[in-house]
Design a protein around this ligand. Structure first.
Ligand code: NDP
Ligand code: MG
Length: 382
């Protein structure tokens, strides 16, 4: 189990739950970072007394430095601040709870410093997963997933062992708030509808991704990168109860599943205590009162985002970065209520059509594909 961590994105949903786990397990926090939630960041800094806090911009950094004066906490800002937070010598692990591609460079800094990376952020793995995993091997950085499905698979594999014995990974998917609806019905849903997830409480971006099933598409690619399997070795099943968090089928036909109540603190705790399992006060799953467990295939016609992601998983190259960049831009427009929910898959499809995929991309190619995809979406709506 790790003793000290850096937490990138401490004010978000995963960030706050990570601090719950740190409190519970007595884990020290050496660095906290956020973008603009100054009040919460200040409160967290006062409670956890990290050595460093970092925000994205200079103005909020100056304000925070004023508020934290006399506490012996250094305040940094910008990419440099995030990178420093990710590579503090005393931190054994870095939790990447920043949303979107903004996590890429700080994550790379953590890897280059040889840290354990507790990977919550999925967008960087989707866009640059091959390069990220290769860098982790080169620098001896341990990658431990936080995303509940991938943590479940990691737990079934007991770390990275036995990869050659895997027949397939079975990702479970709650189906989101619009399960059972047609494509037309989903397309007309509002932001308030999309933010009502049946089983999990999360940040807005991922909650919207859950409504379009893009989240499961991103997780499909994330699973391929983390566990180095082919697209044919990943399946998605709808499991409305979110109790089986995912499964591994081995070559002898045995299927192992990880089950539990839907609570992100379990995978977060495991990422920090692995290979140990530590005591938790959270209530466990009561098998006798939990609802019957059901499994069904996803409806790829009603949820084209999942279908497109599966296609990009096969195409590889820069297509996954285009998919993700276009989706991040479209979800932002939907959050601002400038486009309908149905326009998200349309805009992603448009970007994928317009931007050819480049195979064996370098990091610059991935960043360029990401930029072009965002531009394509912006142009389409302006
Ligand atoms: P939130 O939106 O709740 O939190 C995001 C965090 O990142 C906040 O601390 C935010 O700061 C910070 N942040 C946002 N934009 C930037 C930026 N451009 N640069 C630096 N920091 C930034 O997200 P979640 O916690 O829901 O998700 C975080 C990641 O974890 C995502 O990639 C998501 O897909 C993944 N994940 C989340 C799950 C969940 O249950 N929430 C489950 C599995 C994976 P501020 O508050 O100041 O804006
Ligand atoms: Mg997940």
């Amino acid at each position: 189990m790790v003793q000290t961590i850096s937490l990138l994105g401490s004010t978000g949903s995963i960030g706050r739950q990570t601090l719950d786990v740190c409190r519970e397990q007595g884990i020290r926090v050496a660095a906290l970072t956020a973008r603009s939630s100054l009040d919460l960041l200040e409160e967290q800094a006062r409670a956890f007394r990290p050595r460093l806090v970092a925000v994205t911009d200079l103005e909020p950094a100056l304000e925070l430095a004023r508020r934290l004066a006399g506490l012996d906490i250094e305040v940094a800002y910008g990419l440099d601040g995030l990178r420093r937070a990710a590579s503090l010598p005393e931190s054994e692990a870095v939790v990447t709870a920043v949303v979107g591609m903004a996590a890429l460079w700080p994550t790379m800094a953590a890897i280059e410093a040889g840290k354990r990376v507790a990977f919550a952020n999925k967008e960087t793995l989707v866009c640059a997963g091959e390069l990220v995993m290769e860098a982790a091997r080169r620098y001896g950085a341990e990658i431990v997933p936080v995303d509940s499905e991938h943590s479940a698979i990691f737990q079934c594999l007991r770390g990275g062992r036995g990869r050659e014995e895997i027949k397939r990974l079975i990702l479970t998917c709650s189906g989101g708030p619009f399960f059972g609806l047609s494509r037309e019905e989903v397309a007309g849903k509002t932001k308030a509808d999309a933010l009502r997830h049946p089983n999990w409480s999360m940040g807005e971006k991922i909650t919207i991704d859950c409504a379009t099933l893009m989240n499961k598409g991103l997780e499909f690619i994330e699973a391929m990168r983390l566990f180095r399997v082919t697209p044919d070795q990943v399946d998605v099943v709808i499991h409305r109860q979110s109790i089986v968090h995912s499964m591994v089928e081995f070559r002898d036909g045995a299927i192992l599943a990880q089950m539990g109540t839907p609570d992100m603190r379990l995978p977060i705790r495991y990422a920090l205590t692995y290979p140990d399992r530590m005591q938790s006060e959270l209530p466990g799953l009561d098998l006798l009162t939990c609802p019957p467990l059901t499994f069904a295939p996803p409806d790829l016609e009603a949820f084209p985002c999942l279908k497109m992601a599966m296609e990009c998983a096969r195409t590889g190259g820069t297509s996954c970065a285009v998919l993700n960049g276009a989706n991040e831009a479209a979800v932002e427009l939907f959050r601002q209520e400038r486009i309908s929910l149905g326009q998200i898959p349309e805009l992603v499809a448009r970007a994928l059509d317009a931007i050819p995929s480049l195979s064996h991309p370098a990091m610059e190619d991935i960043l360029e594909a990401d930029r072009k995809a965002r531009e394509c979406v912006e142009r389409a709506v302006s």
